[in-house]
Design a protein around this ligand. Sequence first.
Ligand SMILES: NC(=O)C1=CN([C@@H]2O[C@H](COP(=O)(O)OP(=O)(O)OC[C@H]3O[C@@H](n4cnc5c(N)ncnc54)[C@H](OP(=O)(O)O)[C@@H]3O)[C@@H](O)[C@H]2O)[C@H](O)CC1
Ligand SMILES: [K+]
Length: 594
Amino acid sequence: MKDAWSSDEIRKAEEPLIAAGEPLMARAAYGLAQVVLREVALRRAEGRAGTADGARQGRARLRGSLGSDGLPGQARVRPGRVVGRRTADAGAPGGRGDVRGAHAVLLVGPGNNGGDTLFAGAHLVRRGMTVTAVLASARAHEAGLAAFRAAGGRAASLADVRVPAVVELALGADVILDGLVGVGARGALRPPAGGLVRALADARDAAADRWPYTVAVDIPSGIGVDDGAVPGPVLRADRTVTFGALKPGLLLPPAAQTAGEVELVDVGFPASPASGAARRNGVARHAWGTTDPAAGRVLRLEPADVAALWPAPGARDHKYTRGAVGVVAGTSTYPGAAVLAASGAVLSGAGMVRYLGPEVVGTRVLLARPEVVVAGGRVQSWVLGPGVPALDPDDEGPDDDGQARRIFGALAAVTGVLSEDVTGGRMPAVVDAGALTMLEHRLPPSVVLTPHAGELAELLRGLGHEVDRTAVEARPLHWARTAHQATGGTILLKGAVTVVAGPGDVYAQADAPAWTATAGAGDVLAGILGTLLAGRSRAVVEDETLAARLAAAAVLVHGRAAARASAGGPVAALEIARAVPAVVAELLAGADPA
Ligand SMILES: NC(=O)C1=CN([C@@H]2O[C@H](COP(=O)(O)OP(=O)(O)OC[C@H]3O[C@@H](n4cnc5c(N)ncnc54)[C@H](OP(=O)(O)O)[C@@H]3O)[C@@H](O)[C@H]2O)[C@H](O)CC1
Ligand SMILES: [K+]
């Protein structure tokens, strides 16, 4: 499990360590320098092994290979391994790791983030690199600047050299370190740092593969550390070297998409409660008392977490104990969604899938999946709405083949409006597509709404919020939480990074390749989640935080299945469902089906 700490929590963790004289900044700077030396050396070695003009070509080739493992874009935002205080041979003179003569440009802000960067710059100079620091503010970390200059680094004030000259300098460099602001950042970058970053970001877009390797120090400067917003200019990084713990903005969209690969340097913080070490030691990060546990942490599930959650059958299980999923999806106009949702449910291991809908659609579902029972009966979860048109209150006779009536009936059961004598007890549900327009009562968290940004905006407008799709995409965490509070349901907001917000922790999952943004993929996800909810139906109703965890698990499996079906190319939704059994098998065997 990846576990992000807010800026407030980071400060609380630092305080006692700094008071005890722990050299946090020295550790951060050393770890940062080791990563930079390694990456520069790697690119130079690639360049030497290549054909023509050395390092620059090698850099372009290697950058192209990042994310080409079937997870384009996503592999780049997944946090990397903990490097701690590395002793890698990166940068060894004359060897494969030779970095002598390579050029680094440091963007240095006024605080400790700039201090980390300057101390790291001093390490780079000592390894034979040419390093230029651009001081973006009238102030700079005094000891850091002194150490940098003493090592032989060159420092220039932005006021003297001006933005266009810095852009030129950057274009000629091998690596750029963005150390303008870290966890002390407040809001969009102000001038002159904001103007500098905007110019560099534009130059990066224009230069494409000719742009130097870019490393963000702790965070990409300008992102919202705690909410993942991108309120102004940000220089997109190839890698973020972050200190002590992940920050929410490195996991949450849209900021997570500016961070590149995230690598954690251990500066001596206690382990987080999400880690095995913390569980063993009984360390609780909330012991510092700064975090409101009700606000929830920002987490990302990993394969082992999902394996532990998956309702794998035991020897005594039969189809009813494993859970029956009731699917109300599709119309005669949109029959495909019913096939996809039912396939997602069947192939992720439901004990039974029941389909409710028009006969013509039921026949198609049976043709694709003969395991499905096209008849009503007891179920342990509902999947409501894929391929069902939105309710139009002005349209007296919507062409929905009676699906809205069936959905209203199921919703009355899951929201507890009908007597349990009638419904046989509460059960969880997935509410997707057209069913999102049919909500009349406050929902329990065991009901998971699965909108994309446009659908969430529409839902929120119906609840009195002035918001459109762009606004939701700019602040997904905020609007997902708002929708949870307003409806009571758990919100799974679909996107390149999917956010799940319920009564407890928030999950930010980045598992799927960009190819997954295709018609029908969401129907498959709804089916997978239906199976997970049915497998733990009673527990989901009793534990109000479980639906969000299972929703995040479904997103991981769906994303990994999409990556497998895609293999780096286009993917059709039904192929995602077909890839699910192998992905689940690998998860349960303890492998990482990346
Ligand atoms: N404390 C330690 O020993 C360690 C810290 N580490 C690193 O330190 C940063 C956090 O450092 P801090 O000095 O608290 O803050 P920052 O460097 O992130 O930034 C503060 C300065 O930036 C200015 N600022 C804030 N927001 C903006 C903005 N939007 N635009 C422009 N400038 C901004 C702010 O100016 P004010 O006028 O607003 O006060 C400050 O001058 C942390 O991220 C680590 O990199 C290490 O981890 C090691 C241990
Ligand atoms: K930074």
